[in-house]
Design a binder for this molecule. Sequence first.
Ligand SMILES: [Zn+2]
Length: 241
Amino acid sequence: MVSKSSSNGAGRSRAIKNTLARPLDRATIPIDRVSGVSDVFFTFDDGPHPTYTMAVAETLEAAGHRGTFFLTGANTERHPDVARRLVSGGHAVGSHSATHPRSRHSSASAVVRDYLRGHRAVQKAVGRSVPWFRPPYGAHDRRSSAASLICRAQVVLWSCDSEDWRPEATAAAVMASVEGNLVGGAIVLFHDAIMDEPAAAERGHTVEAVGYLIERLGREGRRSLALGSERSATTSDTGIG
Ligand SMILES: [Zn+2]
């Protein structure tokens, strides 16, 4: 057991070192919008949270919409049932690190390790491979690039920040940040939990704003879709691996 785990560890260290040495290449180009669709993509970071993640998921589902949830490893290990519930509800899940590190405080390889640990935790909880990854703070750099190459996940950023993470955020302010930016293919950033800002941990304003925004989309005959699900609707688009 010991020799097996240490040889796996050595292999992983080598892989991290080698990928960190590579230039940011085409394989790691993040997406911040999806082309060729009129629908949009609501995304939620830092969960799963037993109250707010479920509230957001049920609000979306009741109106026939879906979202994409970027889960941290730490919260996934606390609430694996919520992570599984998202998948069974037709939502997409991605990973969002294990502990949400502020990368400037750690070595590059420690940050990559945290990203990979988070990805494995989410995959383990949902029992399938997870194709999406969003680095904390949207900090796409050599570290997130290395992690995405090693775990073969597409890096996803956003085209619209709802600014629901601000401690003073209200539902009205979140709606105002998003409303003018709901162009086709928009990827919108929300938070269904907050990893490192307890003052902003209350997510009622996010749930309320999402309810209002999907009603508005519905009136326009549009939806929020789970990332990846647009491919089944548009077969001409080969999408991003
Ligand atoms: Zn985050």
